[in-house]
Write a protein that binds this ligand. Structure first.
Ligand code: TYD
Length: 138
């Protein structure tokens, strides 16, 4: 399942006026965007996320600065660096994620496939591992 977490390169239309990056729902990313939020002002030693979602898929883009994302499917872990405004990471449902190592200028943009619903968040790692034992990983 961890292999479903993948970097996506977005089309760019930069010219001598500057850069323009395009992210279209259902085209550049594999879902319709229902929610956008962004995270900034997190110190370097802060770990955010620490949850999995039953239903929501995400794409994370550091539109400024850098951060790292550690993904975990209960069996394997993988670390991705977000350090270019024209790349993002796609995270499928049911992946445990930690965001950390934020640069001072980090602005982490998050695109989500669902509206916010706290009841679809799993915030306990032991509970997540228990649930993943019963998940169909195909
Ligand atoms: P939290 O899930 O802890 O953020 P992160 O995943 O970045 O660590 O969310 C922080 C607070 O914001 C929490 O009270 C829930 C709320 N929140 C919303 O109301 N809507 C949202 O879309 C998100 C992502 C969070």
């Amino acid at each position: 399942m961890i292999e479903k977490c993948r970097m996506i390169e977005f089309p760019q239309k930069g010219d001598d006026r500057g850069h323009l990056v395009i992210v279209e729902g259902n085209q550049d990313i594999p879902f319709e965007i229902k929610r956008v939020f962004y995270i900034y002002g997190s110190d370097k030693d802060v770990i955010r996320g620490k949850h999995a979602n039953y239903n929501t898929e995400f794409v994370l883009i550091n539109v400024a600065g850098t951060s790292k994302v550690k993904v975990d499917d209960g069996t394997e872990q993988k670390i991705f660096s977000l350090d270019r405004p024209h790349t993002g990471i796609f995270l499928p449902r049911m992946v445990w994620k930690d965001m950390y190592d934020f640069s001072e200028d980090s602005v982490l943009l998050v695109l989500a496939s669902e509206h916010y619903d706290e009841t679809e968040y799993i915030r306990s790692y032991p509970e997540y591992l228990e649930i993943m034992k019963g998940e169909d990983l195909c």
